[in-house]
Design a protein around this ligand. Structure first.
Ligand code: GDP
Ligand code: IMO
Ligand code: MG
Length: 432
């Protein structure tokens, strides 16, 4: 039995969707445990079909398994129906999707507040996806959120929307000079949407616990990444949930002792979307090279991703805060045809060299990368399926990344397709 968490080890977009799809065929359950439709996961199936998954677990593309939207996720009902509709139009069987009764809902006022807050912040904006994710989590913690289970009780739903809007409308009108939203209309719209998915609302904690006790395999699919975690990321330039592995137990409602492996998805270089510090960011032609060669454009918002070299300080940090047991190193193919490949092995901050994350936000903003340069390779590696087939310099790069990151590399991505993967250790097999 394996309960494996797949988490982004950097700032998101590491290739989590591809990893979920790869292991999906051999598990019975895939669970999303945090975030919402701020995520964008690209999956390329063996027949070449490409999917952009946002709120629904990427396991939905694997026939016959159960996919769970856990209690830690925030669900926008309209976005859910839109994504279900897109999948069904492409003949994906969505009947195995369940939603935790305790998942919170993203309401239209959350989206409105996300957008006006960002405008208000001006140059200091976070660069959010504008999907209302932060405001929905704020309401959850403030104990004024609306949950999936409220859709099953009309009078509670009406009361909750009315009382939330009493406050939100004051903020929208008096602080941001926007129009007030109509609680009656929101109630009617949400109820109509709920009619199309309320049969999916379930006690997913219980079902997962029972499945684990039966010895079934479960994948916990994180969205975003370690450095976007509200506790462990580059605060305040983070998302409002816990993508790190501890978030998996909380956001799925299973005990932490049930987790058996934590796989970090690690891109062979680094990207980031939105604002915030990024020590190895490249503003020159190499940044453009990575963006073009790696196709680094946001799946969800279409924004260009900021690009930079691999940062081992961040990887080591991710290993530590997540307890990463295995790494999936993705996009190694993107680094082919470089004369030499830089790896950031430490930072220089105010004349001092650090090899771990700085203590303060200010120091991280001032961190300058210290690079080590490895010889590059020019061969096309997209067809390699065995580690030994990789050019010697590519092998040396992987081994150096592994050594600096502090956890074994168990899989390597050499292209976007499911089969474009080199497997070094079969984690599911190892776990029985
Ligand atoms: P996620 O949010 O972590 O699921 O990642 P995204 O889907 O947002 O971004 C990763 C992108 O890289 C997607 O376009 C994937 O199809 C692609 N990808 C994943 N693994 C590889 C790989 O090993 N090589 C290449 N060239 N592309 C990859
Ligand atoms: P996946 O799952 C990359 C970033 C946003 C912004 C910050 C806060 O595809 O890796 P939010 O809308 O969450 O309040 O925005 O987090 N962000 C992501 N960046 N990949 C993602 O998801 C992201 N989800 C949010 O750009 O900087
Ligand atoms: Mg993404």
């Amino acid at each position: 039995m394996a309960v494996m968490v797949l988490i982004g080890a950097q700032w998101g977009d590491e290739g989590k969707g591809k990893a979920t799809d790869l292991y999906g065929e051999r598990v019975q359950w895939v669970v999303r445990y945090q975030g919402g439709n701020n995520a964008g996961h690209t999956v390329v199936l063996p027949d070449g079909q490409k999917f952009a998954i946002r709120l629904i677990p990427s396991g939905i593309l694997t026939p016959g398994i159960t996919n769970v939207i856990g209690n830690g996720v925030v669900v926008n009902p309209g976005a859910l129906l839109e994504e279900l509709g897109e999948l069904e139009k492409r003949e994906v069987d969505t009947s195995g999707l369940l939603i935790s009764a305790d998942a919170h809902l993203v309401m239209p006022y959350h989206v409105a507040i996300d957008r006006v807050t960002e405008r208000y912040l001006g140059k200091a904006k976070i660069g959010t996806t504008g999907r209302g994710i932060g405001p929905a989590y704020q309401d959850k913690v403030a104990r004024m959120g609306v949950r999936a289970q409220d859709l099953l009780d009309e009078s509670i739903l009406r009361q909750k929307i009315e009382s939330a809007l009493e406050l939100k409308n004051q903020i929208l009108v008096k602080v941001y000079n926007r129009k007030a939203l109509d609680p009656g209309k929101i109630f009617d719209d949400v109820l109509e949407q709920a009619a199309q998915f309320s049969h999916r609302i379930a006690d997913t904690r219980l079902l997962l616990d029972q499945a684990i006790s039966r010895g079934e395999h479960v994948l916990m699919e994180g969205s975003q990444g370690t450095l976007l975690d509200v506790d462990h990321g580059t605060y305040p330039f983070v998302t409002s949930s816990n993508p790190t592995s501890g978030g998996a137990a909380v956001g799925a409602g299973i005990g932490a002792t049930r987790l058996t492996a934590v796989m970090g998805i690690l891109k062979a270089y680094t990207t980031r979307v939105g604002s915030g510090p990024f020590p190895t960011e490249l503003h020159d032609e190499w940044g453009e090279y990575l963006r073009k060669t790696g196709g680094e454009v946001g799946v969800n918002t279409g924004r260009d991703r900021r690009c930079g070299w691999f940062d081992a300080v961040i990887a080591r940090y991710a290993t530590r805060v997540n307890g990463i047991t295995d790494y999936f190193l993705t996009k190694l193919d993107v680094l082919s045809s470089l004369e030499q490949v830089p790896i950031c092995v430490g930072y220089r901050v105010d004349g001092e060299q650090l090899d771990e994350m700085p203590l303060t936000q200010t120091d991280f903003h001032h961190a300058e990368p210290v690079y080590e340069y490895l010889p590059g390779w020019f061969e096309d590696i997209t067809g390699c399926r065995d580690f030994d087939e990789l050019p010697a310099n590519a092998q040396a790069y992987v081994r150096r990344v592994e050594e600096l990151s502090g956890s074994r590399i168990s899989a390597i991505g050499v292209g976007p397709g499911r089969e474009q993967t080199i497997v070094l250790h079969d984690i599911l097999e190892e776990q029985g």
